[in-house]
Ligand binder design. Structure first.
Ligand code: UD1
Length: 427
């Protein structure tokens, strides 16, 4: 298996291009199932999960073609066309490897009037149920059965009737599935306490470009007037605010100065506020956002929350950054019950972190020492890269496939700003 090897201590300086957002891409791709016309997505990141989602679309009868972007370019253009669906089943083998596969449930139900999708099961960061996805669809008129590890959903008469659902807790995935199901309903669908993440705004904007009628985009109440059919569209995937935030943490821990090209400040205000709390200079530039740091990070107090709060997807990276801080930082994880799996690995590099339930106290230390490490999920893996960039000596990050799921050509981007980092292929 590939490894990433970092010799730490280089200050990051220069420009880092920010790719299209993974979490937006994985909810825009299933929109192709909603129409028989082509959906062309620009600025799709080159990631293992995007390829995996393309294969799932192919299994459902949706063709995918990638237009000739040069290998040295970041991003790709993909056209997906589901002229007719040949299957409405997302099998266990695919869903278990790629959780985002459950996002075909809403679109298949809307287009075909039925969908059979494997239950995803647990994952490394927590229990992650999908009950709210199902309750929202039921509120819109779906009939749901659970059997043999699968969800079987159907719309009586082939089309959802419409209705109203109030989320008891904010769920990004359930909001996405519900919106994609609602756009082709016979009536009006209302979602209250809906997620407001920028990726949901991106999804809604793409659906509107396809002919959907959605009111309240970017607010917690979405009103969707069902239409008889959607048409094709060309849509550009938003910039990845989590990738941008991750490189910002890398800049701070190395006392660097980077420009995150393409990043949008108004989509990542909580992250930028946390960087400022740590003492970084953060400013908007013409091309994106500049993050610069001199000296060690000041301690931060951060609690994860749905957007516009501090993202759970940024917690591990800020924790890595805080390990070299000047004092004690406090983290509280409110979204997932088990998202501190990076802590024991960071401890192997000399960090001082104390986890108590959902909270973690990080006491800044003078230095980190490189070590062989591995992580169990994507953002945790990135936290080890960030720590490795500042550690003395060599850090070997194993299980690189997690990073390949979410960071487009990570080592190339970091090399270009001065990091001593390379991928060692297992051959
Ligand atoms: C979550 C994050 C998202 C992040 C992604 C990957 C939030 C609100 N969501 O999205 O930012 O990109 O993980 O790390 O920060 N829940 C239920 N039943 C459901 C669905 C969710 O109880 O049917 C609970 C979850 O257990 C969790 C909370 O709701 O505590 C939010 O989950 P949700 O937003 O659905 O998770 P993801 O869509 O995976």
């Amino acid at each position: 298996m590939d490894q990433i090897v970092i010799r730490g201590g280089q200050r990051l300086k220069g420009r880092i291009p920010i790719s299209g957002a993974k979490n937006a891409a994985l909810t825009l791709l299933p929109c192709a199932l909603l129409t028989d016309e082509p959906l062309t997505l620009r600025n799709l990141p080159r990631l293992a999960d995007v390829d995996g989602f393309g294969h799932l679309l192919n299994q459902l009868g949706c063709s995918t073609t990638i237009e000739g972007s040069r290998p040295e370019d970041f991003g790709r253009v993909m056209t997906a066309r589901a002229t007719t669906l040949t299957s409405t089943v997302a099998p266990y083998d695919i869903v278990r490897k790629m959780r985002a596969s459950i996002l075909v449930l809403g679109p298949l139900l809307a287009r075909a009037g039925e969908a059979t999708v494997s239950l995803p099961g647990g994952c490394a960061i927590g229990n992650r149920p999908i009950d709210l996805h199902l309750k929202a669809l039921e509120a819109f008129g779906a009939e749901i059965e659970l059997a043999s590890g699968y969800v079987k959903a159907s719309a009586p008469g082939g089309r959802l009737a419409g209705g109203k659902f109030t989320f008891p807790v904010v769920s990004v995935g359930a909001t996405e599935n519900a919106v994609m199901a609602a756009v082709l309903a016979k009536g009006t669908c209302i979602l209250e306490n809906a997620a407001r993440e920028p990726e949901i705004v991106d999804l809604c904007n793409c659906l509107v470009a396809m002919g959907a009628e959605i009111d309240g985009i970017g607010t917690e109440t979405l009103t969707i007037e069902g239409v008889d059919r959607l048409h094709g569209a060309t849509y550009r995937v938003m910039a990845d605010r989590i990738e941008a935030g991750s490189y910002a943490c890398a800049a701070v821990i190395t006392e660097g100065d980077v420009e995150l090209v393409g990043a949008k400040a108004d989509e990542m205000e909580a992250t930028l506020a946390a960087l400022r709390e740590a003492g970084a200079t953060v400013e908007e530039t013409k091309a994106g956002i500049r993050v610069a740091m001199s000296g060690r990070a000041q301690p931060v107090t951060l609690s994860t929350a749905p957007y516009p709060g501090f993202a759970t997807d940024m917690q591990a990276q800020f924790m890595a950054m805080a390990t070299l801080g000047t004092g004690a930082s406090l983290f509280t994880e409110t979204i997932f019950e088990n998202r501190y799996m990076h802590v024991p690995e960071l401890a192997r590099m000399g960090c001082d972190i104390d986890v108590r339930g959902r909270s973690a106290v990080v006491r800044g230390v003078e230095k980190l020492i490189g070590a062989p490490v591995m992580a169990t999920d994507l953002r945790a893996s990135m936290s080890l890269i960030i720590a490795g960039l500042a550690a003395e000596g060599q850090t070997e990050v194993n299980r690189v496939y997690h990073l390949d799921r979410g960071y487009e050509r990570l080592e190339e981007k970091l090399q270009a700003v001065g990091a001593d980092i390379e991928r060692i292929s297992a051959g």
